[in-house]
Design a protein around this ligand. Structure first.
Ligand code: B12
Ligand code: SF4
Length: 499
């Protein structure tokens, strides 16, 4: 008898893209012959909130996606009823959820719905939030098991034991509730990403493959090339995950996949899913040796599909960009994050200078390419003037290359990142177990003054106006910052000027 595992992928409305972690668990389980199904929440519009693509278009970050409703139609049915139907028909032995902090309350609510009807099916939480906040998740009565850290070996062994009718309270990586106590097994060793099977996306809703790119929807497939990151950015979970794995003796967090495996993976996923676009799911794609880079170029030339990468500014060179462009690179995403050098260094632990950033971005322009520049506002210790330094830097970059897409996010203190602790120490954050606040929101969860909250909500909606319109418009843009009828009318008028 093989085990049946139902995974729930809670993701906000229309946040598409494929979760590599869950897909990797699915691959392991299928390899062992177990049966897997996925239920996701991406197409249930549970409140009146706008989708991220709508917000991005309103804030003039990206082109309006004209056909989102066609590619990503909403489910008209109820999320809870549909989930119960899947559980009834699939009859899983266990249900696992992949949880990021923003979706924690949705996850708990869905589990309560299931638990009410199916008391005997164990519910298991895994993912970044349970890994970094296991005590919060374990306290929640609805969860029977919490997976800490990478889950491939834990989930594989769990399914094997279930299929053999054995209990599973001694599996590394799992915290298991038994007889009113929690058995806390140590996390399992980190996996060698060259030996585990490639991610399997075939159980996901086909709509999750579609992502917008400059106003058009494309069927994209994610390719895993590495796991982990060696940098220390204070707003990110990666340094804390690295620390967690190190402290627990799990091995090296930062791992690169061999180039021959990356190429094999691309061929396999293209053959399986016929994508129109490839997304390389690595935090720092260009952090690779020259030999690997040359192999990538030679081999990718045969794939003939456009692709998109994320990389750190330090890794850019004109030669590499031109070579990548020649074989199909369509877009890249780069983090500036803040425009003030001192602030960026001290508060964010990002160490490039503005001059270096501008020079490196010239390589993008020289290659005739566009890119997304990521920016964040609303950090602790930030002021309106400091935000204007971020605006100023983006203005310089955009005036040199107006193919750039200027992203702006609101800092959100997710548990586990270094800035979360700083916000708590500074009295900027109440002792809440989690936040479902998104980095696309207008109001910060931090206890900022009302004046600074107003600055943030005004600046997040006018950021691209300040960057893209000449400075003579600044007084009018300031009016557009206001959440009043006058402000809204001005925002509309100025927005039209950018087109
Ligand atoms: C790719 C990516 C995405 C993708 C895919 C998301 C996903 N769930 O995989 C997309 C673009 C959709 C996305 C969206 C968002 N993301 Co994101 N994303 C990432 C990124 C860069 C890499 C994730 C990854 O692929 N890791 C590699 C895989 C192998 O690891 P993994 O996902 O953790 O999975 C392993 C384990 O966690 C475990 N596991 C995972 N799920 C489960 C489930 C079970 C049952 C078990 C047993 C085990 C288990 O086993 C897996 C395999 O080893 C991370 C940064 C990071 N370093 O984690 C941010 C990150 C996860 N994202 C983050 C955020 C904030 C978001 C958004 C809210 C941003 C936004 N406003 O749009 C949304 C929320 C979407 C959602 N689903 O809730 C934060 C989460 C912070 C937190 N503490 O919750 C991170 C950590 C970045 C950061 N700021 O620090 N994201
Ligand atoms: S933000 Fe990017 S570069 Fe910085 S630690 Fe996180 S993954 Fe690494």
């Amino acid at each position: 008898m093989k085990a049946k595992i139902l995974f729930i992928y809670p993701t906000p409305f229309r946040i598409t893209g494929l979760p590599i972690g869950l897909a990797s668990l699915i691959a392991i389980l299928k390899d062992k012959g177990h049966l897997v199904k996925v239920f996701d929440t991406a197409f249930y519009h549970t409140d009146s909130d706008k989708s991220q693509t709508e917000i991005r278009s309103e804030r003039k970050i990206s082109k309006t996606v004209m056909n989102e409703d066609v590619y990503l139609p909403e489910n008209k049915s109820s999320m809870e009823t549909d989930l119960l139907d899947v559980v009834t028909s699939f009859k899983p032995d266990i249900i696992g959820l992949s949880i990021l902090e923003i979706m924690y309350d949705t996850s708990v609510n869905l589990c309560k719905v299931v638990k009410k009807e199916f008391q005997d099916i164990p519910l298991m939480a895994g993912g970044v939030f349970p890994t970094l906040s296991p005590e919060v998740v374990t306290r929640e009565p609805v969860f029977d098991i919490v997976c800490i850290g990478e889950g491939e070996s834990a989930v594989g062994e769990l399914a094997d034991r279930i299929s053999q009718g054995l209990f599973y309270d001694t599996i590394e990586g799992l915290w298991v509730k038994k007889d009113n106590r929690v058995i806390k097994n140590p996390p399992s060793k980190l996996h060698d990403i060259n030996t585990i099977p490639f991610p399997d996306f075939s159980e996901f809703d086909p709509r999750l493959f579609y992502k917008p790119m400059q106003g058009k929807m494309y069927k994209m497939v994610n390719i895993e090339t590495s796991r982990g990151c060696n940098n220390d950015c204070t707003y990110c979970a990666a340094p804390q995950l690295r620390k967690f794995y190190k402290e627990n003796g799990c091995g090296r967090y930062n791992r690169n996949m061999d180039m021959k495996n990356i190429i094999e993976q691309i061929h396999l996923q293209v053959q399986r899913y016929s994508p129109e676009f490839i997304y390389f799911s690595s935090e720092n794609f260009l952090l690779m040796s020259e030999e690997n880079f040359q192999t990538f170029i030679t081999e990718y030339e045969k794939i003939k599909l456009p692709f998109w990468i994320q990389t750190r500014i330090e890794t850019l060179t004109t030669e590499r960009l031109l070579a990548l462009k020649k074989v199909g690179m369509h877009w890249l995403t780069i983090g500036l994050e803040h425009g003030n050098e001192e602030f960026r260094k001290k508060v964010l632990k990002r160490y490039y200078t503005n001059i270096k950033f501008i020079k490196k971005m010239d390589t993008v322009k020289d290659a005739g390419m566009g890119a997304s520049i990521n920016n964040v506002i609303g950090f602790p210790f930030e002021t309106r003037d400091l935000i204007f330094e971020t605006i100023k830097m983006n203005k310089i970059l955009w005036e040199k290359n107006n193919k750039l897409e200027i992203n702006v996010f609101l800092f959100t203190p997710y548990r586990g990142c270094e800035l979360y602790s700083i916000c708590r120490e500074q009295g900027l954050l109440n002792d809440i177990p989690f936040t479902n606040s998104s980095n696309m929101n207008e109001r910060s969860v931090l206890n900022f003054s009302e004046e600074f909250q107003r600055d943030l909500s005004g600046l997040i909606r006018t950021f691209n106006l300040y960057v893209k319109l000449p400075e003579e418009y600044n007084d009018q843009i300031k009016i557009a910052e206001q959440l009043t009828d006058e402000g809204n009318a001005m925002l509309k008028k100025l927005t039209q000027l950018i087109g």
